[in-house]
Design a protein around this ligand. Structure first.
Ligand code: SF4
Length: 694
């Protein structure tokens, strides 16, 4: 029966979905002596630091997965081709033996590790340590490669720090803000709410997006740009700002460098030139340039529409150019703000779950840093590799080619989430050993030799870092399911078995080590988090208040650097055989591979996927809403129903990648940005064929 209000204990913790970092309260009851989560609600009392008393549908109704019967409760091992239940002892001894043999026979670079933006900072830190100090390879990466690696690379080059520059609370302080390639109301709903508040209070919002998203409709201006042409638009904005002398001369002189290179690069990017590429009118481009540069305080928000591109890093650099030209950075209501996707994707990057840097973005190639890390981790200097490791895509290619023999995947599902998924499946099947730690038997776990049952966020302690660099604590609400273990315990045991003892008693002890290793987290101690609730990095010492806003006095790299970047089009343009552009994205009620949101109430709010197509294209193809179509790209084919809507521009079709039934990533293009190695998930050429009546 229903629990009575006095039987419910409310445990404040963090939402496990998006990077906004909302506080939620898990409602816990005792059933026959066992604690059970029955719901989640908005935080009572003063509300959450980020969200006040707001939550979106995912935070409010997305907790059904916690007690779902398909949760993994025992380790699994592959025998005679089948995954069967086993003991932790057998699971660990199998992994340890195979890992030791392979390390001896093939060397450390035959190993690859995928960390997870869903797990805690402490867990990502440990996996980074196992990869580097225990195995001796920099082959560690995670799904940030697929979302904001271009931001990390582009903003680090321009400003010296690859993170959101301003706090979420600054949104309401902007006079004007641009939203580029971000379906904010569905992907960061609580941030979108603050944008909508700001619009109501009189801020001018300009949304640049090929789709008529909800935020595009709520904004004063929707610039419906042709998919994949943002760089032409951004360069042209810089052109107009320079040409019309709308830039902030003093700021450019005092705080930036390389202006001449930018001016030369954008000189040919006239609005007329950009109009032809982007499908916009020249006046639209001029109007945006004027609105952004003339505002007292203007900010830019963007997400995957900008980064999941063949020119992702260039796109980000072109955005940074605009902030540097106008001086819209380092002050309230300004900034360059990549909205980070997953709850802890910022933290996983901060913890060194990247192939070229230790925790705190310290380059693996730097001899001095290697010496310091060797002494902190008590290993021989030679143990730490000086070679940057493989990115996600390179690991998959390595597995396909046989150079990568062993993979350990913690809480990621590349089979559904990565581009060109049949290639991913074939590659993973070639591994000598694939170990997956997860809470469900995902499409990736199904391919593993050993599957380790992990604890969910509700069953453990630790910290997450949200999109605005705010480090916050999880609070354990219930016990682990069956024999499942939190990832940090799985990793400490694995490390011990591999001959490198790890004796942490709690995530707090791991955080204390992070305080020493990553100077931006130096003052973010367990005690302070307990007392102060949360802190934004950089927070280098115990008396530092943390940093809500970056680059106020100077940039992390000293001067802000302009980058003159040339316009390059998408890697794959439509042609006669594949006349449409397919773009992929997310839905309000679901999250990524859907392993959590499709197990519970949210599934019923949005039970199946469709392909969005403009009615004009529908008429041309003889299609009506509900008709079943097969979508072909150069890499594969998937079948799903069509939904005619003016939400997409003619020539563009759109679907999400949440659904295993319509594995849209069978189609997407694995072509990568040469700098950040992010694949062009947002753009591939497809053909549409109507299925016979069914
Ligand atoms: Fe959770 Fe993001 Fe929704 Fe907040 S906005 S409740 S963090 S999914």
């Amino acid at each position: 029966g229903k629990a009575r209000s006095w039987e419910i204990e409310k445990v404040p913790t963090l939402c496990p979905y998006c990077g906004t970092g909302c506080t939620i309260e898990l409602e816990v009851v005792q059933k026959k002596g066992v604690r059970e989560v029955i719901a989640a609600s908005a935080p009572s009392h003063g509300g959450g630091i980020v969200n006040g008393r707001s939550l979106c549908a995912k935070g409010r109704f997305g907790m059904g997965f916690i007690h779902h019967p398909e949760r993994l409760t025992k380790p699994l091992i592959r025998k005679n081709g089948k995954l069967i239940e086993t003991t932790w002892e057998e699971a660990f001894s199998t992994i340890a033996k195979k890992f030791k043999d392979l390390l001896q026979a093939e060397g450390p670079d035959a190993f690859a590790f995928l960390a997870s933006a869903r797990t805690t900072n402490e867990e990502n830190y440990l996996l980074n340590k196992i990869s580097r100090a225990v195995i001796g390879t920099n082959n560690i990466d995670h799904c940030a490669r697929l979302c904001h690696s271009a931001s990390v690379a582009g903003l680090a080059a321009a400003f010296g720090s690859g993170a959101m520059t301003n706090p979420i609370k600054d949104i309401e302080k902007s006079d004007t803000f641009l939203v580029l390639g971000s379906n904010t109301t569905e992907t960061h709903p609580v941030i979108a709410q603050q944008m909508i508040q700001a619009i109501k209070k009189g801020s001018q919002a300009i949304v640049i997006d090929p789709r008529k998203t909800e935020i595009a409709q709520l904004a004063q201006e929707h610039i419906q740009i042709k998919a994949g042409t943002d760089l032409a638009f951004l360069n042209s904005l810089a052109h107009v700002i320079i040409e019309e002398k709308l830039y902030n001369n003093r700021f450019v002189e005092e705080r930036t460098e390389n202006f001449k290179a930018l001016a030369a690069a954008v000189a040919p990017c006239t609005p007329q030139w950009a109009a032809e590429i982007t499908g916009l009118r020249p006046e639209q481009i001029i109007a945006v340039a004027r609105a952004y540069s003339r505002a007292k305080k203007a900010a830019i928000y963007y997400t995957m529409g900008i980064t999941q591109r063949f020119t992702g890093t260039y796109n980000v650099m072109a955005i940074a150019n605009l902030a540097l030209l106008t001086g819209h950075i380092g002050r309230p209501g300004t900034g360059v703000n990549p909205l980070r996707g997953q709850n802890n994707v910022q933290g996983a990057c901060d913890m060194g779950a990247l192939p070229d840097v230790y925790p705190g973005y310290q380059a693996v190639q730097d001899e001095k840093i290697r010496r310091k890390m060797a002494s902190l981790w008590a290993v021989e200097e030679e143990k730490l590799s000086i070679r940057p490791g493989c990115t996600v895509g390179e690991m998959i290619d390595g597995a396909a080619e046989g150079t990568i023999k062993a993979m350990f995947i913690m809480g990621e599902n590349p089979v559904l989430a990565d581009a060109n998924s049949s290639h991913v499946v074939k590659a993973l099947q070639k591994l000598d050993i694939l170990v997956v730690a997860d809470i469900f038997l995902t499409e990736t776990a199904e391919l593993a030799h050993v599957v380790l049952p992990a604890a969910s966020f509700a069953e453990k302690e630790g910290t997450f870092t949200n999109t605005e660099r705010r480090v916050q604590s999880l609070h354990k609400a219930i016990e682990q399911r069956g024999e499942a273990r939190p990832d940090w315990k799985i990793l400490t045991e694995l490390s011990c078995r591999l001959g490198y003892p790890m004796n942490y008693e709690s995530p707090a002890e791991i955080l204390e080590e992070i305080n020493l290793v990553n100077s931006a987290y130096g003052g973010i101690t367990p005690e302070r988090l307990h007392k102060e609730g949360s802190l934004c990095w950089p927070c280098p010492s115990s008396d530092h208040p943390g940093t809500a806003r970056l680059h106020e006095e100077s940039f992390s790299r000293g001067k802000g650097k302009f980058h003159g970047v040339p316009y390059l089009g998408p890697a794959e343009e439509p042609c006669q055989n594949y006349p449409y552009i397919l773009s992929t994205g997310r839905r309000l009620f679901h999250y990524h591979g859907g392993s959590m949101t499709r197990r519970g109430a949210l599934h019923w709010a949005y039970p199946e996927e469709h392909l969005e197509m403009h009615p004009k294209d529908g008429a041309q193809e003889g299609l009506r809403t509900g008709d079943l179509v097969t979508l072909h790209s150069r890499r594969g084919a998937v079948t799903l129903p069509v939904y005619l809507t003016e939400g997409v521009a003619p020539g563009l079709v759109f679907s999400s990648f949440h659904f295993r039934e319509s594995r849209i990533n069978e189609l997407t293009n694995g072509a990568r940005d040469p700098i950040a190695k992010i694949p062009e998930l947002k753009h591939c050429a497809v053909r549409i064929e109507k299925e016979k009546d069914w």
